[in-house]
Ligand binder design. Sequence first.
Ligand SMILES: Cc1cc2nc3c(=O)[nH]c(=O)nc-3n(C[C@H](O)[C@H](O)[C@H](O)COP(=O)(O)OP(=O)(O)OC[C@H]3O[C@@H](n4cnc5c(N)ncnc54)[C@H](O)[C@@H]3O)c2cc1C
Length: 311
Amino acid sequence: MDKPIYDVVILGSGPAGLQAAIHASRKKTRVLILGRVGKSSLAWAHVENFLGLVRTTGEQMLATGLEQARSFGAEILEEDALSIAPNGLCLGIETESGRHVCARSLVIATGTTRNRLGAPGEKELLGRGVSYCVDCDGGFFRGEDVAVVGGQSAAAGGALTLLGLARTVHLVAQKLEVSPTLRDKLVNSGVILHEGAKVEAIEGATQVTGLTLSNGTRLAVAGVFIELGAKGVLELAAALGLTLDDTMKYIQTDKKQATSAPGVFAAGDITGPPLQMAKAVGEGCVAGISAATYAKNQKLAQEGVTPPDEE
Ligand SMILES: Cc1cc2nc3c(=O)[nH]c(=O)nc-3n(C[C@H](O)[C@H](O)[C@H](O)COP(=O)(O)OP(=O)(O)OC[C@H]3O[C@@H](n4cnc5c(N)ncnc54)[C@H](O)[C@@H]3O)c2cc1C
């Protein structure tokens, strides 16, 4: 399959990702933004505390920001990234429709996932069958029956990953909101889909033993993976071996927004509090410039040219 090469790929189309795209594309680099604009935390906000804007909606800011990024040449694909892996001189990224792109440098601006389910048993059985990370904990459930809860790419991708490990994989989704390709892949995969159902309770005294759904169905499972939202930071960071901060919830970066992996930068809520737009755009600006510089230097090095001093 043809794999287009981008200088900079940005995961996330919220304020951090869009600002990174604006700065990277103004440096004459080929930029691709991945992610659904409408899923940014800002999409629901009424903003009063951003310099120079007295009162506006997040929706309006995102629409204008996207147009700005496009006007400087950035491309956008409103799909989630499902997996990332080093691939020779670039990072190979697979999106939820099965497209593959190659990135010389990467900016992770995926925001934070507020992914608690709020069902009885969830808190009590955390670490005893309840998990929030398929890629971290899936291996503990080899040969067992498991369920994944969620309707977006994190859940769909997680269920497909678990098929290679578990005996039976259920997917409980109130509403399945994934690309047609991913939906087809799921339907034809052997994952048992419970669409339109909600989890009423997670059962078990000391270990998970089952799930009760709102349609009255009881699923006997040993593991429940709560994967609400898009493919999240834990999985993507784990795939790249990125260092997290002390809380283990956010990606650690330096002043250039560089992570512990060469060519990988992070910006916005994903790097930790304050979870505010002003911080997200500031970090996005730095990350976009850093990623563009890294990609340009990598190209020069491949041509045997010594890169100029850093800007
Ligand atoms: C109700 C509400 C009101 C708020 N009000 C304010 C306010 O008044 N002022 C203020 O400063 N801040 C406010 N905030 C906070 C502000 O919205 C966030 O700090 C800001 O949006 C963070 O930007 P971000 O780009 O880091 O993440 P987000 O805006 O959350 O964007 C993340 C992006 O990543 C994408 N994504 C996620 N996973 C993947 C993946 N696997 N592949 C590709 N893309 C992915 C998402 O689709 C989304 O586009 C508010 C937040 C909320 C929820």
